[in-house]
Design a protein around this ligand. Structure first.
Ligand SMILES: NC(=O)CCC(=O)C(=O)O
Length: 179
């Protein structure tokens, strides 16, 4: 028998297509598969319902509740898992955010994290992207309270900013989940 402080986490990576419904169905299947393998906490990646790029955020945006949040809620409940639901472009009051929703095994919304550090980078000849051209930054940290541990949530580039992880650690977080 596993000790109470030992549990399995699944980190899902999936190839996305331009078809949002297909991406959502694929994510739901992978969540179910991970749960059958014994995962109690399941994490999806950033931008799991659309291709990644500033040009896609507007097209794939959704309000909450919407089809993505409903799929996540249902998947958490059906599989009885904690789900850190990757991220998707959220539309709220005319503004876009890169947002991650977390749900508990009862389907309850446990947290909503908006990416704080938007990915703006310019390496000539290699990569240029300015998320901030389309997205707005979040301005708060998100701690998910589970019966397994406390989880601090970040989204991708958020992990580069150590101060954020340090604040989470001070607040008692044991696991940092950066999609
Ligand atoms: N979407 C992102 O935030 C990308 C961040 C990244 O690639 C990095 O190296 O940091």
């Amino acid at each position: 028998m596993m000790a109470a402080n030992k549990f399995r986490i699944a980190l899902i990576q999936l190839a996305v297509s331009a078809n949002k419904q297909h991406n959502l169905q694929r994510a739901a299947c992978l969540i179910s598969e991970a749960s059958k393998e014994g995962a109690k906490i399941i994490c999806l990646p950033e931008g799991f319902n659309s291709p990644y790029g500033v040009e896609y955020f507007e097209k794939y945006q959704e309000s909450i509740p919407g089809e993505t949040s409903k799929m996540l809620e249902k998947a958490a409940k059906e599989n009885y898992v904690y789900l850190i639901g990757g991220s998707f472009p959220e539309l709220d009051s005319g503004k876009l955010y890169n947002t991650s929703l977390s749900f508990g095994p009862d389907g309850r919304l446990l947290g909503k994290h908006r990416k704080v550090h938007l990915f703006d980078i310019d390496i000539p000849g290699r990569i240029t992207i300015r998320e901030s051209e389309a997205m707005n930054p979040g301005n708060s940290l998100t701690i998910i309270q589970t019966d397994l541990c406390k989880i601090g949530v970040g989204i991708c580039y958020d992990i580069r900013f150590a101060a954020m992880a340090m604040v989470y650690a001070k607040k008692g977080k044991k696991l940092l989940s950066t999609q």
